[in-house]
Design a protein around this ligand. Structure first.
Ligand code: GDP
Length: 445
């Protein structure tokens, strides 16, 4: 079996556990292992390369969380990025089937699971959404395929269009449309013919059917175990027919699901469902998190790192409160606050976070602070030296000019920031002193 990515990474990271942040070299070393893991999971090489590039820049410089190893932390970063790439715009599992009868065109190669998936989706629409569905097989070259759909229809209690010998696919599509309208169906599904390989005739036939049916959804069914081939098939079908979504079948097998990543990265098409077995209820909405976990071949690490990060944030907050209690509030503290504000969803999210903060927020917003300003203020603080941050009293005219220039902003803006810092630091001093106007008093406000 595959070696776990986090085991591999722990070797790379053992020696740097004591460092504060992930360095460029360490991240590079880790990314070599991530690359192997991706390739083993059947992600195509160019996609793996692109992906690594994106993750590398995100991971470099990240503070190392205390209670997890850097290896585990990198796994989490990789995992988050995987989910980001895997998530499409379309909601997984949801199909556009308003204004009945809505046509759904099913396309794909022979043996990919197209007919089975047609029945699975029909069953799902019937049972979960109470839709009346009609299925029609257009595979005129393979009478057995038409029979197969009819049998599946009987099994799941979904109607199939009666088979008429000698009819061509376009005629069948038209008949399905008429039947769906007359019969009051919500959805009609057209199961097109498949071939072993993509050929002109197959594409021409699917295109002709598409033109008469004008489908609301065109779902491409591909075997998830075929890796890069599945991606090539998807690209070709999308170019020639135009697909609105992908169904990856055989995701119940030993494969690690890398095709899902390649599919998203190369075609940009959303993956709607995954097939998880031969049974007709073995179809699930695509779940990026689950696939990401599978591609990396690891389980609980993500949860562990999330917990550790929460602990780290709590530790930081505690440290900050201790400093306030001593009446210390420098530019580093202010920066941390500003970053926290952005994280909490900007100014809005801040209200009520700390005693007295509601009042302060009002002052801040009266002064015309918006979320973009938060980012500019952080830029100003970043432009200060260590000494200046620790002791803002150092800031005389020439230093101010340099700092504003470094952040690409005006000195006035820096002055506003300094004023805000003074006001906040006054409040912090009050909190620190306790008693009247102190912590207890603030809590009552
Ligand atoms: P078509 O030629 O594309 O219509 O493919 P079929 O629907 O006939 O499926 C081919 C075979 O794959 C059948 O034996 C199905 O039972 C099987 N199959 C389809 N989907 C899945 C799946 O998600 N997992 C597994 N294990 N088998 C599947």
């Amino acid at each position: 079996m595959f070696e776990n990515l986090s085991d591999r990474l722990s070797g790379v990271f053992d020696r740097l556990t004591k460092q504060g942040a992930l360095s460029a070299d360490d991240v590079k070393a880790a990314m070599r292992e991530v690359r192997v893991a991706l390739l083993e999971a059947d992600v195509s090489l160019p996609v793996a390369r692109e992906f690594i590039k994106a993750v590398e820049s995100k991971a470099t410089g990240q503070a190392v969380t205390k209670s997890v190893t850097p290896g585990q932390q990198v796994v989490k970063i990789v995992h988050d990025e995987l989910i980001h790439v895997l998530k499409g715009d379309a909601e997984p599992g949801a199909l556009k089937i308003s204004s009945p009868p809505a046509p759904i065109l099913m396309v794909g190669l022979q043996g990919g699971g197209k007919t089975t998936t047609t029945a699975k989706i029909a069953k799902r629409l019937k049972e979960r959404e109470g839709k009346k569905v009609l299925m029609a097989s257009l595979d005129v070259n393979r009478p057995a395929a038409m029979e197969q759909l009819a049998i599946l229809g009987t099994q799941i209690g979904v109607d199939t269009l009666p088979i008429v010998k000698g009819e061509d696919p376009v005629a069948i599509a038209k008949r399905a449309k008429t039947q769906a309208s007359l019969g009051g169906y919500d959805v009609y599904m057209l199961d097109t013919a498949g071939r072993l390989h993509i050929d002109q005739e197959l594409i021409a036939q699917a295109a002709a059917v598409r033109d008469v049916a004008n489908p609301r959804e065109t779902l491409l069914v591909v075997d998830g175990l075929t890796g890069q081939d599945a991606v090539n098939v998807a690209t070709e079908f999308d170019d020639k027919i135009g697909v609105t979504g992908v169904v990856l079948t055989r995701m119940d097998g030993d494969g690690r699901g890398g095709a899902a990543l390649s599919m998203r990265a190369v075609t940009g098409k959303p993956i709607r469902f995954v097939g998880l077995g031969e049974k007709l209820d073995a179809l699930e909405s695509f779940d990026p998190e689950r696939i990401a976990g599978r591609i990396l071949g690891m389980g609980d690490i993500v949860a562990l790192v999330e917990k550790a990060q929460q602990t780290l944030e709590a530790e930081q907050a505690e440290r900050m409160i201790r400093r306030f209690q001593k009446g210390q509030f420098n530019m580093n503290d202010l920066k941390m606050q500003l970053e926290q504000m952005i994280k909490m969803g900007g100014m809005e999210g801040l209200a009520g976070m700390m005693p007295g903060m509601g009042k302060m927020q009002k002052q801040i917003s009266e002064a015309g602070v918006d979320d973009k300003m938060l980012a500019r203020q952080i830029a100003l603080i970043n432009s200060m030296t260590k000494k200046e941050r620790a002791n803002p009293d150092l800031l005389q005219a020439s230093r101010k000019k340099r700092i504003a220039k470094g952040a690409g902003l005006e000195v006035q803006e820096l002055n506003r920031l300094l004023k805000q810092h003074r006001q906040m630091s006054d409040v912090m001093k009050k909190i620190g002193k306790g008693g009247k106007g102190g912590l207890r008093q603030m809590a009552k406000q």
